[in-house]
Design a protein around this ligand. Structure first.
Ligand code: FES
Length: 82
């Protein structure tokens, strides 16, 4: 099983994922809150993140390489649980 590292610099957190994992699902599994009103079918545009400084939809992103992810709307202390 190949692994990739997903770095969330604003939360000072790195998550190891399986290559091909969906980013939105990974974030939900690790309690990094992100609005996903359409349930991950690319309709609402609420799950926008910056992946290596490029805007992307988390629900449409399968992780194939190590990446850095920034959640523009997040306030670390409010939107990151644990
Ligand atoms: S969850 Fe709605 S566009 Fe990604």
């Amino acid at each position: 099983m190949e692994q990739v590292q997903v770095v969330f610099p604003q939360f000072d957190r790195t998550i190891v994922a399986r290559r091909g994992d969906n980013l939105l699902a990974l974030m939900q599994q690790h309690a990094i809150l992100l609005e996903a009103d359409c349930g991950g079918v690319a309709c609402c545009q609420r799950c926008r993140v910056l992946i290596n400084d490029e805007p992307q939809l988390a629900c449409m992103t399968n992780l194939m390489t190590d990446v850095s992810v920034v959640v523009p709307s997040a306030q670390p202390e409010e939107d990151f649980l644990i």
